[in-house]
Design a protein around this ligand. Structure first.
Ligand code: HEM
Length: 459
């Protein structure tokens, strides 16, 4: 049974009356009792507790170990934006994930992170990305060509390949490297599976070490690094400029005018592959499924895209994809690929009358924030109309698919361009149906769908 002990104000909704309330506690016993379903999919357990205990509660996960869960918009904004200096990423990212993908902007902290974010950011500016649009579109078209028609296919692996190739082509324009890239993709996905095993079965850590499994996966990481090192070396030796992201990263300079050391450059490349491909593949797969299951939405989308010229001016085409953008935004509301964001406080902080000590681990539930009945009308319903341009502003305080504050996703414009072109082209060329009523969710490091069965019918 949860115990009411610590006193705090946990407002039920933004702007509501804030009377003193208890921060409810979920005991370790309750977690233990539910361990099997939590392992399978923790989201229903989270949802149940948010419904029972309100927007913020504490979960005891082991002796002296507790995590504060929240879907309270003001608290989320405080942690990510207003008082972000008091919060760091957890060791899950800065140590466990970094072990396989290195210390780049996703996995580092403090001055080291700030210095590299500042250096890499310009490559992802809207104007800069415009130069990559043709390249991005070519990669998308190549991946979408030859999709089987009039039979049920799982679209998720297709979207995975597409998202990986789009990042790969944007980093290394038009190189003859398909085999190398396939190998990097295999390694990235393999190592990710290992990391999940380590996270879900921490009690087997000794076995993973002893059996040489961790060693094996570190070896795979090294293999990916060597491939990237060779590609960079070839580029530098050739003196060729391709106007891709690699050129931009090679040109980037620290404040003292020096370039990024090779090891750092490789870490950043691996991080862009990792952060950029799975999230986008998930969002695209969920969006395709949702549009396929809502014929009226699909019809309105088709009206928007049917006359668009994807081969011509891509920027003009992107500007005409307003409803496609709304569909994607709504898909990411219901299924945010980054469904939880974690942070650890440095100093104590008092939030709504309750003092949380320094070292408190926070889990910001983006999934729950995006479905909170206090914030959204019909939260469980797919309604792209809620993101009409004049309404969008309404949600800016509690819609965070790309995070918020200084650590907000660096690739958000890149991802939106990619997803809008993909959805636009697919629904211009196909009417898509699905036999499934719902999807199995696979919340791992990101929120993945299980199988996404759809059928493509040529227009
Ligand atoms: C739909 C697609 C995507 C979603 C939903 C997404 C979401 C996010 C979120 C929520 C964060 C912040 C995590 C935190 O605060 O702890 C983040 C960070 C990041 N994302 Fe994305 N992302 C997407 C696509 C991309 C792409 C395409 C790239 C690059 C090609 C990318 C690169 C990064 C990087 C490097 C960071 C770390 C930024 C930093 O800490 O300074 N992401 N992403």
């Amino acid at each position: 049974m949860p115990v009411k002990s610590e006193t705090a104000n946990t407002p039920e909704s933004e702007g509501s009356h804030r009377g003193p309330e208890a921060v409810h506690q979920v005991s370790q016993w309750e977690v233990f009792k539910n361990r099997k379903r939590i392992l399978r999919n923790p989201l229903p357990f989270h949802q149940e507790k948010f419904e029972q205990y309100g927007n913020t509660f504490i979960v005891h996960i082991g002796p002296g170990k507790r995590i504060v869960f929240t879907r309270e918009p003001e608290t989320v904004r405080n942690i990510l934006q207003k008082n972000h200096r008091n919060y760091r990423k957890s060791e899950l990212q800065t140590r466990d994930l970094a072990k396989y993908i290195g210390h780049g902007i996703l996995t580092s902290e403090g001055d080291f992170w700030r210095k590299h974010r500042k250096m890499i950011q310009p490559a992802f500016h809207k104007e800069q990305l415009q130069g990559l649009i043709d390249l991005m579109y070519r990669a998308i078209r190549e991946e979408l060509s030859g999709l089987p028609e009039d039979q049920i296919i799982d679209i998720f692996p297709k979207m995975s390949d597409l998202a990986f190739q789009v990042v790969a082509q944007s980093l290394f324009r038009a190189g003859d490297f398909r085999e190398d890239m396939n190998r990097i993709q295999e390694i990235t996905e393999d190592n990710q599976k290992m990391l999940i095993r380590e996270m879900r079965q921490p009690y087997l850590k000794w076995w993973f070490q002893l059996s040489g499994r961790i060693e094996h996966h570190l070896g795979l990481s090294q293999e990916a690094r060597n491939i990237l090192d060779d590609l960079i070396e070839d580029r530098i030796r050739s003196g060729e400029r391709r106007g891709d992201l690699l050129d931009m990263l090679l040109d980037a300079r620290y404040e003292d005018g020096s370039p990024m050391p090779r090891k750092q450059l490789i870490d950043e490349l691996i991080i862009l592959f990792t952060a950029g491909h799975e999230t986008t593949a998930n969002a695209l797969s969920f969006a395709i499924f949702l549009i396929a299951s809502h014929p009226q939405v699909q019809q309105r989308l088709y009206q928007e895209v049917r006359e668009l010229d994807f081969e011509g001016d891509k920027l003009k085409t992107l500007r005409s994809l307003g409803y496609a953008q709304q569909c994607i935004e709504e898909a990411m509301r219901l299924f945010p690929p980054v469904y939880v964001i974690d942070r650890v406080s440095v100093h104590p902080e008092t939030l709504h009358g309750h003092t949380f000590p320094g070292g408190t681990t926070w889990l910001l539930s983006i999934y729950e924030l995006h479905r909170s009945p206090n914030l959204w009308d019909n939260p469980e319903t797919f309604m792209p109309e809620r993101f009409e341009p004049e309404l969008r502003k309404k949600y800016s305080g509690f819609y965070f698919p790309f995070g918020a504050g200084p650590r907000m996703c660096i690739g958000n414009v890149f991802a939106m361009n990619e997803m809008m072109l993909t959805i636009g082209w697919l629904f211009q060329n196909y009417r898509i149906t699905t036999p499934a009523k719902s999807l199995t969710l696979n919340p791992l490091i990101s929120l993945k769908p299980g199988r996404v069965p759809v059928e493509l019918h040529s227009r």
